[in-house]
Design a protein around this ligand. Structure first.
Ligand SMILES: [Zn+2]
Length: 187
């Protein structure tokens, strides 16, 4: 929530702009409307010789816990580019053969988490600045009790379920408090 206008620096106030139906942060001086909308988090499930690449987080939230490489999408990049970039930044990992896998609405925190799946190009990985360590885990050794995020857990569960079934099915999921329950669709 901002309280000063990013355009002119004067104070902003919560009100419903003309023609709108939600409260927005509106500048009392220049009239600039500061819209806040959900953010996209892009990540990747990268496999190498049957194992999955995870990163142990060096930063909050959930520092010390394990996650798939993932982070906020940047302006000017595609969703696939974002997933590949996060893999490079957090694990110095190069992704190949990327396919859309999970699309997860997280309305409780105003985010959408999207995971691609792909191949870890050469098996190489090492921790980037936001990771304490990186490692390849077999399905049996995934640290389920030390995963950082529910969307990572869901994505890994579906990944192994599909891999056992011999067919990967892209999915859309709805999670979080406002959803009351987990809803799953195959897309
Ligand atoms: Zn202003």
């Amino acid at each position: 929530m901002i309280s000063f206008c990013p355009q002119c620096g004067h104070p902003t106030h919560q009100r419903i702009p003309a023609g709108d139906n939600r409260k927005r942060n509106v500048c009392g001086t220049c009239g600039y409307i500061h819209y806040e909308n959900p953010r996209l988090v892009l990540g990747a499930v990268l496999e190498w010789q049957g194992d999955i690449l995870l990163c142990r987080r060096a930063i909050e939230p959930r520092a010390g816990l394990w996650t798939l490489p993932a982070g906020f999408m940047e302006n000017g990049e595609s969703s696939e580019d974002a997933a590949a970039r996060e893999s490079r930044e957090e694990a110095h990992a190069h992704a190949d053969q990327m396919r859309l896998f999970t699309f997860i609405d997280v309305p409780a925190i105003d985010q959408v988490h999207v995971f691609y799946r792909g191949i870890l190009r050469d098996g190489r990985h090492s921790p980037g600045e936001e990771s304490l360590e990186t490692a390849l885990f077999s399905e049996a050794r995934i640290p389920w009790s030390q995963l950082a995020f529910q969307t990572v857990r869901l994505t890994l569960e579906h990944y192994f379920e599909d891999r056992r079934a011999g067919e990967f099915k892209p999915r859309r999921l709805l999670t979080g408090k406002r959803a009351k329950r987990l809803v799953r669709w195959t897309v």
